[in-house]
Design a protein around this ligand. Structure first.
Ligand code: NAP
Length: 311
């Protein structure tokens, strides 16, 4: 039985291999592509961004453990073995960083901080007024592991927070909406929208002309999960119309964002290069080791993905 570590991200193997070997000293851990050995030996694959098609060539694969929280790119590979249990990364540090990032940008737009760089360039002393936090309506799309944490902590800071997702949820101090028939109500009350949905066939393009028009005039968008949620042309048109004040975008359809993409130079858009949160090798390797031990004991890994729903 071998565990195969697979990532096309530079430096991942150097970071993870010693940590995984430290947690699982008795296991045969091999690194793709150099040290695969007999493909029939691999029973567990630990993957970040695998080369499409490689997993399909492992005949005795029993489980796939993803180092990433989002598994949309894996499931886009038509050769991905969808019958094999797939677990995604739920790492406590991932949520901490994501919530910090969400709070930073909510505060930034709430306090009008995006306006001061322009005032400074014109040597204008111009305080920007802002409502009380309790009157600032923040909305989180996706109350999963990441969205829930951000919603609770924004509520603890005193904002009027609501969340929207597929199934009804209850969260202390957060107004919740569920299902597509409540989406317009949720958007209609949301002045600062934070998107933390997984990318699935249902959520692809969910930030479009119609949903952006459902936000109150002057709203802000903070897109932290995947670029595929946004119809780029609709976002640009809504910003140009003045209906949306600003957008902070951390993830894009094509990454790195191509140099000629209009998002780079649009005055209403702040671009960050997919840095909202990242898997930390120290904590992620410990999470992977827990699931490897569960598999060795005949149990299922935690955080299983429902491949039919895509998350
Ligand atoms: P998660 O725990 O799987 O949560 C997903 C949430 O989205 C669930 O509450 C789910 O609702 C909801 N949802 C799914 N499909 C929906 C739909 N069609 N309509 C309404 N709600 C829907 O995921 P997570 O760990 O919070 O991560 C969310 C995403 O963040 C990841 O998929 C990844 O793309 C992204 N991410 C980005 C970064 C970055 O640095 N930018 C880092 C990590 C993760 P139900 O529970 O009701 O089904």
């Amino acid at each position: 039985m071998a565990i195969l570590f697979m990532s096309t991200e530079a430096g991942d193997a150097e970071d993870y291999l010693p940590l995984l070997k430290g947690h699982l000293p008795d296991q045969d851990i091999r690194v793709w592509p150099g040290a695969v050995g007999d493909p029939a030996d691999t029973e567990i694959a630990v993957i970040a961004v695998p080369e499409p098609g490689v997993l399909a060539g492992l005949p005795n694969l029993k489980a796939v453990l993803s180092l990433w929280a989002g598994v949309d790119s894996l499931l886009r590979d038509p050769t991905f073995p969808r019958h094999i249990p797939l677990a995604r990364m739920v790492d406590p540090l991932l949520g901490v960083d994501m919530t910090h990032f969400a709070i930073h940008w909510v505060l930034h737009f709430h306090r009008g901080l995006h306006r001061y760089a322009g005032f400074q360039r014109k040597a204008e002393w111009q305080p920007v007024d802002y409502p009380e936090a309790a009157e600032r309506r923040v909305g989180i799309m996706g109350l999963g592991v990441l969205g829930r944490d951000a919603a609770l902590k924004l509520a603890a800071l005193g904002f009027a927070v609501a969340g929207w997702d597929a199934l009804p949820k209850s969260l202390d101090g957060v107004e919740t909406f569920a299902g597509s028939d409540r989406l317009a109500d949720f958007l209609g009350r949301t002045e600062i929208l934070v998107v933390l949905l997984p990318l699935t066939p249902e959520t692809q393009g969910i930030i479009n002309a119609k949903t952006l028009a459902a936000l109150p005039p002057g709203a802000f968008l903070i897109s932290l999960a995947r670029g595929g949620h946004i119809i780029d042309a609709d976002l640009l048109a809504t910003l140009d119309s003045g209906r949306l004040s600003m957008a902070l975008l951390d993830a894009f359809r094509h990454e790195p964002l191509p140099a000629d993409h209009p998002f780079w130079h649009h005055p209403g858009i702040i671009v960050t290069p997919h840095v909202a949160s990242k898997t930390t090798p120290r904590t992620a390797a410990a999470e992977i080791a827990i699931d490897v031990r569960r598999l060795l004991a005949g149990d299922m890994p935690r955080h299983l993905v429902d491949v039919t729903r895509g998350y």
